[in-house]
Every structure is written in C-alpha cells, then in structure tokens.
Write a protein that binds this ligand. Structure first.
Ligand code: PLP
Length: 457
C-alpha cells in the first residue's frame, strides 16, 4: 500500500477500518483480480460497518436514557445490503421516493420502521406511504392538503410529523415557519384520520449547536401543540452527523498550507466537506445531548422529562467506512514539466465531489499491479475519467506519487459510501453502471464477494 500526498507534511491519508486497511495492505493481488473480473471502477461494500456505526450511536442514547428511533437515510447510497443491515439491526429507514420505499418493503421493512422526510411527495408516494402506515413528515400546508386528499374515507389514523423550518434556515425551501406549523395543527385537529406525532427538522451543515437551537424552537411548538390538546411524542432532528475521513491535525495542516497552485485549475475550491472535523458522530451526539437548552436543563433531560422520543435520520454517518471504490489506471500521460494526467477506467460520476465545485480531500491509495514497481522519479498528476468531457476529473488537486503509477495499477478511494460512489453514476458513453459487491468471509475465513442486489441480501 503506497500512500502519497501533494506536499511533504500535507498529506491526507484516509482513516481506515481494520478490514479495509488489511485488504489494501495485504490483499492487493486479490483486489486486482476482483477488478479484472468485475470491471473498473469496483465498489466494495461492508454492511457490518453500518451495523457498528448504528450500535455506537445507540450506546450513547441508551447511556443518557433517551428513548430514540434511528432511521437510516437510504439516499446516501444505492446498496440494498446497507438497507438490509439497518433493518437487521432493528433500525428504521428514511425513504424519499416511491422506489426507495418499495425496495425497503421488499427487504422486509414494515410501515412502523419507515419514515418519509423528503419534501416533494407525489400522489402515488403518499398513497403507498398511507397504505403501509409509514410515518410521514409533512413539508408544508400545501403538502398536508395533498396528503389529506389521498386518505381513504375509511381508514385508521395515520401518524405524521410536521417539518419545521428553524430560524437559521430562513432561505431554505424545506419545512415551514412556526406560524404555518400552527395552521397545520388547526387543520389536523379537524381531521380524525391523521395523528400529530411531533416535529421534524433537517438542517444543512454539520454543527450540533445549530440542532440545539432548532430543538429549542421545536420545544416551544411542542408546548403549544400540547396546549391545543395534542399529545406529540417525538422530535426528529434529521441527519447531518459528521464523519471523520482523515486525521484532524493533518487536515488542519493541509488547509493551512493549500494554495491555488495545488490545483490544476489554479483555484482552491470555495468549500469542502469537513473531512477532518474535530468530532466523530458519537462525540457529536454526546455534545448535542449534553447541551443546555434552558437554565440547568440539557437536551437529554428535556427529552426524557417531556417523554419525547428523539428520532434522527443519519445517512452519511451510518455509511462511514462502509465502502471503497477501486479504479484501474488506463494510462499515465505526460503533459508538461513534471505534470501528468492519470486516466482511470471510470469517471468522476463515481467519485463525484468535483461536480459540486469541491474536492474529495482524501488521498487515493495506489495498489501496484507488479510486485516490484519499476524504479522511477516521483511524479505529479491529476486524475481524469475516461469520458470526453473536459470536466470529467476525479482530482483537480495535484497528487505526488513517490513511484510513478502505471497502467493496470489501481487507485483506491476509501470511505466512498456517503454520497461519493454512486450519487451521479450513469451510463455515459454507454459504459455499464459500476459493479457493487459485498465483501464477506467464507467459512474458512477467506475473503469473498457477494452480489449486492435485493434478491441476494
Ligand atoms: C439527506 C437527508 C438526511 C441525511 O443526511 P446526512 O447528512 O447524510 O446525515 C436526513 N434527512 C433529510 C431530510 C435529508 O434530506
């Protein structure tokens, strides 16, 4: 395994789970064989990682005595194996389309384990959600009317949340202000087929402090709903729990020294995901629960004393360490001076941060195809995909390789399960959709692959 970086002391090696680290360090030949068999890029999935992430969050909630409902934000990755892992571990699933709903149902989810938080539900989606009695977060008074319009005349009560637009999200198109929430409550009071279960919000950004402020706003509305005769039992804080991709000191050092000339574009992107943030999702949750929402009252105390369930829909945080993506190198082409471009088999649609005018600030790992790589000088290169689009670039950041990569070698991006590997994948140039396989061990402990389709999991 060769780690490399742009500048000495400014590298961004990925934090790796031991299974992944061992595979990359010890099983390079196997990985090359898998890519030879299944094509490049190859997405490898570890559903166990999701189970572990879930268990770690639950431990914090149990430790604080907080009743909770964790729903896996399924849009983060298309893997049914990850949805199955969430369901097997007793978690729910947050589904945002008819298709995510149907897949979760085929994997065995019942309505009680489903929540729909997405903002633009169609009639067909509403109808299927109602039919299976899933929890529905209503985004607006308009959506509430559409939902009521879908309810069969004779039906039991259906549980709903109302999505709050906290003050910090004033420019967001999601959720509603306090006044509209109260309007919806008045409407629900006259509708026996709906039951108001509580409030929901989901914020951009990754600060727990913002969730505490939003929870305070929600608490005021919970009290108001109670005074109107409702019995809400839940506050749902959405997702946005952070992942640590790289060491925080290394990340800080990298940001402090990066400069326009570190990018082939001559520009440092305007924003990045906080790849080396200070908090793990577990620490984040602890901080959130310990925070004071009023004099002497923590979030955890508030929830328990009010008898409220804390719901959340982490996507990225549950997918932490659950996948890697291996690209095979097609060609290394000299450009000018020592600059090179490395073409890989695959495209930036399978490593997609550059499409958001940002950059995946995690160094890829080189797996050489030959046992003893040919001696060479270090080279500097950026990474491009195999399409004819000039913008099809996996890394605009110049990477320095101590040993020049060669055609046939692999470049592996770690921790790609969260919105990286398959968010934008498509069949451009009619290249097939990349394979996605689960990594398992057979009875003798040997590594093996299994399909990651609904039929197989
Ligand atoms: C995407 C999304 C989530 C998951 O967000 P993460 O940042 O992946 O945790 C949760 N709730 C809603 C409403 C979302 O749109």
């Amino acid at each position: 395994m060769t780690l490399h970086c742009h500048k000495l002391g400014a590298g961004l090696p990925p934090i790796l789970r031991s299974e992944t680290a061992d595979l990359l360090a010890l099983e390079g030949a196997l990985l090359l064989d898998w890519v030879a068999r299944h094509g490049s890029p190859l997405n490898l999935i570890w559903p166990d990682a999701l189970r572990e992430n879930l268990a770690a969050l639950r431990e914090v909630l149990i430790e604080r005595g907080v009743e909770h409902a964790i729903y896996y934000g399924a849009k983060v990755n298309k893997s049914p194996g990850l949805v199955q892992a969430a369901l097997d571990a007793g978690a729910g699933v947050d589904i945002s389309s008819l298709y995510e709903l149907r897949d979760a149902r085929r994997l065995g989810a019942d309505g009680a384990s489903l929540v729909a938080t997405g903002p633009a539900k169609t009639k067909a989606f509403h109808e299927e959600l109602v039919a299976c009695n899933a929890l529905i977060s209503v985004d607006s008074p308009e959506e509430l009317e559409d939902l009521i319009g879908c309810l069969p005349a004779e039906t039991g009560t259906r549980p709903i949340l109302l999505r709050l637009q906290p003050a910090s999200q004033e420019k967001s198109r999601f959720g509603m202000k306090a006044e509209a929430i109260v309007r919806c409550l008045t409407r629900i009071a006259g509708e026996s087929r709906l039951r108001f279960d509580g409030l929901h919000f989901h914020l951009g950004g990754y600060r727990w402090e913002d969730r505490v402020a939003a929870l305070k706003e929600a608490a005021g509305l919970i009290a108001e709903a109670r005074s109107m005769g409702f019995s809400p039992g839940m506050i749902d804080i959405g997702g946005g729990l952070p992942i640590q991709y790289v060491d925080q000191e290394q990340y800080r050092a990298h940001l402090a020294t990066q400069a326009p000339e570190d990018y082939r574009t001559g520009k440092v992107p305007g924003s990045f995901y906080p790849y080396g943030g200070a908090l793990s999702s577990v620490d984040w949750l602890r901080r959130f629960l310990q925070a004071e929402i009023s004099e002497g009252q923590t979030v955890a105390n508030y929830l328990t004393s009010e008898g409220l369930i804390l719901a959340m829909e982490p996507g990225r945080a549950l997918a932490d360490q659950a996948a890697i993506t291996a690209f095979r190198i097609t060609r290394v082409k000299a450009l000018r001076d020592e600059a090179h471009v490395i073409f890989v088999e695959g495209s930036s649609f399978s490593a997609c941060e550059t499409w958001f005018a940002s950059e995946f600030l995690v160094d890829p790992i080189l797996i050489p195809a030959r046992r003893s790589p040919a001696a060479s000088n270090p080279i500097r290169a950026y990474l491009a995909g195999h399409s004819c689009l000039d913008d099809d670039v996996l890394s605009n950041r110049w990477l320095t390789f101590p040993v020049a990569p060669q055609a046939g070698d692999l470049l592996v991006f770690a921790n790609t399960a969260g919105y990286q590997m398959d968010l934008l994948e498509n069949e451009f140039h009619r290249h097939p959709i990349p394979a996605r396989l689960r990594v398992l061990r057979d009875a003798e402990g040997r590594l093996m692959l299994a399909h990651d389709t609904i039929e197989e999991v």
